[in-house]
Design a protein around this ligand. Structure first.
Ligand SMILES: O=C(O)/C=C(\CC(=O)C(=O)O)C(=O)O
Length: 296
């Protein structure tokens, strides 16, 4: 763990390995964040963690090293509902980033339009109590209805033990849904364990629910090379191949005691998506359809 003299935490490695696996041309990292830089983009007073700066330059350097061409910057809870840092990351990317915002339920239509012009293509609803103080389903549903005209989707972050209470809420959302990190299943239960089975039932209920097959570092307690994650997730990628996304999750918020090697995370890709066709869907075709539909 690295904490600086101001108590700001670094949850990412400064020396990632170069992966042996090379992603296909045009690969998209569909889940990453930027933190600050704080001097320009202060953190929210409600932030549950205070990270060191992890701005667009560091994101782009890592992306280059890992062999990715584009990124989807997901607004992290430490920036609250002020999306300025995310918009800045998109603005300086020369068209190679799009984003997912977190918005105040009272946001105006004009401000939603501004977010769209800035490259935002979805809104994130975070239900993790350790990250946010409240998650009002009725207000989230209202936002989900209001973003339909923009062609956006929602990204929902919850943990496996709350899946049942999420079902009616998810069923009422009128736009495509992307579930972060498969709703955080216990991957040690295996491919047919209770968590994975419940999650598959959710995916089977609607063809426009997508998921990010991300975060072996968060989900597999044994750590690299993440054997349980691979065993549980590979069948999911095969069975739902047109609605899976992959991302680094850099700079790995709250992972300061178990900082992953980003190169090692990339090595997991060919294990969960073992053919070139699956890799192309996971890393190029699927994220392009969702985030750059005009190029599809
Ligand atoms: O980045 C992630 O995917 C996961 C996070 C952080 C997060 O979501 C946030 O700060 O908004 C987590 O589990 O702590």
């Amino acid at each position: 763990m690295s904490t600086d003299e101001n108590g700001r935490i670094r949850s990412w490695t400064l020396t990632p390995s170069t992966p042996r696996y090379s992603p296909p041309a045009g690969a998209v990292d569909a889940h990453c964040h930027v933190f600050g830089p704080m001097a320009r983009f202060p953190f929210s007073p409600k932030a549950k963690y205070l990270p060191q700066d992890a701005g667009p330059d560091a994101l782009f350097a890592l992306r280059e090293k890992l062999g990715f061409a584009r990124s989807v910057i997901v607004q992290a809870s430490c920036h609250g509902t002020d999306n300025a840092a995310t918009l800045n990351g998109i603005a300086v990317s020369g068209g190679t980033c799009r984003g997912v915002a977190v918005v105040d339920p009272a946001i105006s239509d004009a401000d939603l339009d501004m977010l769209h012009a800035g490259g935002i293509r979805g809104v994130r609803f975070n239900f993790l109590k350790r990250l946010v103080d409240d998650a009002p389903m009725d207000k989230f549903l209202d936002i989900a209805k209001r973003i339909e005209r923009l062609g956006w989707h929602v990204v929902v972050y919850f943990e496996a033990d709350s899946l049942d209470e999420m079902r009616p809420f998810l069923a009422a959302i009128p736009v495509p849904i992307v579930i972060d990190h498969m709703g955080r299943p216990d991957v040690t239960q295996g491919r047919e364990g209770a968590d994975m089975s419940a999650f598959r039932t959710l995916l089977d209920g609607r063809t426009d629910i997508w998921t990010k097959v991300t975060c072996p570092d968060r989900l597999d307690p044994a750590g690299a090379p993440y054997a349980d994650f691979v065993k549980a997730v590979r069948p999911l990628v095969a069975d739902y191949q047109d609605r899976v996304l992959w991302g680094t999750d850099w700079p790995h918020p709250n992972m300061e005691t178990r900082i992953p090697d980003d190169g090692g995370l990339v090595e997991v890709i060919p294990q969960i998506a073992p053919t070139a066709a699956l890799q192309h869907k996971l890393l190029v075709a699927n994220p392009m359809r969702l985030y750059w539909p005009e190029e599809d």
